[in-house]
Design a protein around this ligand. Structure first.
Ligand code: MG
Length: 262
């Protein structure tokens, strides 16, 4: 199932508060009650056309976004780094999250800003020390993220919190696919229509079971926490007012605009 979070447009007649729903095959949305991470998926009789909804980030991370660095060998090579022996983790604040179609705002401190296409894991249950063979029990589903990064500030600071922590630096969406099984699906980024990143998820050094096991061995994961799993080679800057689109087969397309440079 494709779980969406959205604001109905006025003509849908469903009020103006954000709602959750299931995106059906015919591009209609069936409204569900409450937050599916806490209340499960309970469909209501209310429906609307996808064109009468503005999609939002499909999950609000209440506590954290955990990110994996250098998880594709070709990207580690382009960064001039050795392959990591265990996952390298960092945290993006939840205030970085924006939805599909929202604008990535170029911060004044950043000389340039890069895209990074990533598979995103949405955690569905409170968990700690999850064995590799049990990670599917704690995963609600998958979506995509753009781990927007100021490469200059990343190098200057020697750690990554500022470079990856500005508001709007984590577009998420367009929906959560609850039946997705990571395998050899293609992951791509296009910038103004031109392909910049093109890889397969099976190129990841640490795969999803190892990642969830490792991160949950460090910290308790809560429902709605998001783990983003690293980016393949081909990173580069987004010009002002460009359009960046991230795709993973089976997860749709996450498209965002970049603001003017301040
Ligand atoms: Mg990244």
């Amino acid at each position: 199932m494709r779980v969406v979070r959205f604001t109905p447009l006025p003509e849908a007649g469903l009020g103006t508060d954000p709602l959750y729903g299931i995106l059906e095959e015919d591009n209609t949305i069936t409204v569900i009650t409450g937050d599916p991470l806490y209340q499960g998926i309970q469909k209501t009789a209310a429906k609307l056309e996808l064109t009468k909804a503005r999609l939002l980030a499909p999950v609000i991370p209440r506590s954290k976004i955990v990110a994996i660095g250098k998880n594709y060998a070709d990207h580690a090579a382009e960064m001039g780094s050795a392959l990591p022996e265990e996952p390298i983790i960092f945290i993006k604040p939840n205030t970085t999250v924006i939805g599909p179609s929202d604008t990535i705002v170029w911060p004044e401190m950043a000389p340039s800003i890069d895209y990074e296409a990533e598979l995103a894991i949405v955690i569905g249950r409170i968990c700690k020390d999850v064995p590799k063979e049990k990670v599917n029990d704690v995963i609600f589903g998958y979506t995509m993220a753009n781990d927007v990064t100021s490469r200059e500030l990343q190098k200057k600071d020697g750690q990554w919190i500022r470079a990856k922590g500005f508001d709007t630096f984590c577009p998420l969406g367009p929906w959560i696919e609850t039946e997705f099984v990571p395998g050899n699906q293609r992951i791509t980024t296009t910038l103004n229509g031109e392909i910049k990143q093109d890889a397969v998820l099976s190129d990841m050094i640490f795969k999803v079971p190892e990642i969830v096991h490792f991160v949950s061995s460090v910290m308790t994961l809560l429902p709605g926490d998001v783990i983003i799993t690293g980016t393949p080679a081909g990173i580069g800057p987004m010009p002002e007012r460009s359009v960046v689109a991230i795709s993973i087969e089976g997860l749709g397309q996450l498209t965002n605009k970049v603001s003017a440079r301040p």
